[in-house]
Ligand binder design. Structure first.
Ligand SMILES: Cc1ncc(COP(=O)(O)O)c(C=O)c1O
Length: 392
């Protein structure tokens, strides 16, 4: 399928980053990182930090504090665990993919007891299963949910009901929203989320390297009573410094500039419009593939609007497929990982996603499958996508 000519061409081609993070970053966000380095203990930084947090709070739908760590999303998840969980605490974790499985492992790393409520990949545990687990555990300290399982393309859709179940037990409701916040509904205060974590490189369309964590006043009260054994991720210390709009440690200044511009773009579009755009583009992807019998991995009621996971037709080799997509068509998508390796490919439907991204990706995916010997009808797939995209 490849020749040295296509490889040489490919290295010059502008790529569409259709990964489930990092994703395409608008040019103005990239350029904002070229601003001069400033003193992070200066009024200029305080203004920047205050502005970025103010915008982040609007995107999170919270009046509570949002802390920004110079770390990737994993750092934000680890920060939530270190600050909230003490040795011997029981934490209920619905496990339905690699990221939720990782969360349970992190709880155990810090001395917590993780009660895993499992379901097969491609769906998620039911509310009944989770309720039963919460009832069995006498005093759960927290429930940590991965709202959007990036490894399987599954979104948990009963968030408000789950929050009510969790709060009935007195536990904290913690949500890993790394691959969804800004691309789907998540009004943190209205849904009663005590800690919500996201990363800069997904639906916010900034480069990788920052994590954002909201902290409810209930969690803040707990931290006053029981200070965490933490250094870099010490939330009370971050909150103390935030009183004068500083960070305890040196922040990644270029990434703060980038997030400033990325959040400005999110709010300029409006969260409602942005969420709708993600939903329309996701529906277009699903209809395009289903129309030619290339089946999405999750069942219809579980499908994510930000990560499109698709089963490989039999006989399609993951490495050849993704290398061809990249080198011939300039499209980057992900394979499966962990248990899912070789079974699915995953497309990020995040951030800047538009009719242009969807149609170029569908066209390239279908053409690549055709080149690999799969019987496909490109026109049918494109017209199914177009039908959905007409509502944008
Ligand atoms: C749901 C979820 N949680 C956590 C992470 C980890 O984020 P990072 O790779 O930025 O550390 C990811 C990354 O894809 C994710 O999708």
């Amino acid at each position: 399928l490849f020749t040295s000519k296509t490889e040489a061409f490919s290295s010059k081609m502008e790529k569409l980053v259709m990964l489930p993070g990092p994703t395409n970053v608008p040019q103005s966000v990239m350029l904002s990182m070229a601003k001069p380095i400033i003193n992070h203990r200066s009024t200029a930084f305080s203004h920047l930090y205050k502005r970025v947090v103010g915008m982040a709070k609007q995107v999170f739908g919270t009046e509570e504090d949002v802390i920004i760590f110079s770390s990737s999303g994993t750092g934000g998840v680890e920060a939530a665990v270190i600050n909230l969980i003490r040795k011997g605490d029981t934490v209920v974790v619905p496990v339905f993919g690699e990221f939720s499985s990782r969360v349970a492992d992190t709880v155990e790393t810090y001395g917590g007891i993780a009660v895993r409520v499992e379901s097969p990949y491609g769906c998620h545990p039911t509310l009944e299963q989770i309720e039963e687990a919460l009832e069995k555990v006498k005093t759960p300290k927290a429930l940590i949910l991965v709202y959007n399982e990036t490894s399987t393309g599954v979104t948990f859709r009963s968030m408000e009901k789950l929050a009510a179940l969790v709060h009935k037990t007195g536990a904290y409701f913690v949500v890993d929203a790394v691959s969804i916040l800004g691309g789907d509904d998540l009004p943190v205060d209205r849904w009663g989320v005590d800690m919500c974590i996201t990363g800069s490189q997904k639906c916010l369309a900034a480069p990788p390297g920052l994590s954002l964590v909201s902290v409810s006043h209930q969690v803040k009260d707990f931290l006053r009573r029981s200070p965490p054994a933490a250094d870099y991720f010490d939330i009370p210390k971050h909150l103390k410094y935030m009183e004068r709009w500083e960070t305890p440690y040196t922040p990644s200044l270029p990434l703060f500039y980038a997030l400033d511009e990325a959040l400005r773009i999110v709010l300029e579009e409006g969260l409602r419009n942005r969420i709708r755009r993600h939903s329309v583009c996701a529906t277009a992807f699903y209809s395009a593939f289903s129309s030619i019998d290339i089946e999405p991995f999750p069942g219809p009621q579980f499908r994510s609007n930000t990560v499109i996971a698709v089963n490989y037709p039999s006989g399609v080799d993951d490495k050849i497929f993704r290398t061809t997509l990249d080198e011939k068509f300039g499209i980057l998508v992900s394979g499966g990982f962990g248990n899912m390796r070789g079974r699915v490919f995953r497309i990020g439907c995040m951030g800047e996603i538009s009719a242009y991204h969807v149609l170029r990706t569908v066209d390239a995916v279908v053409s690549t499958l055709g080149l690999m010997g799969v019987q496909v009808e490109p026109k049918k797939a494109l017209s199914a996508a177009n039908e959905q995209l007409s509502s944008l």
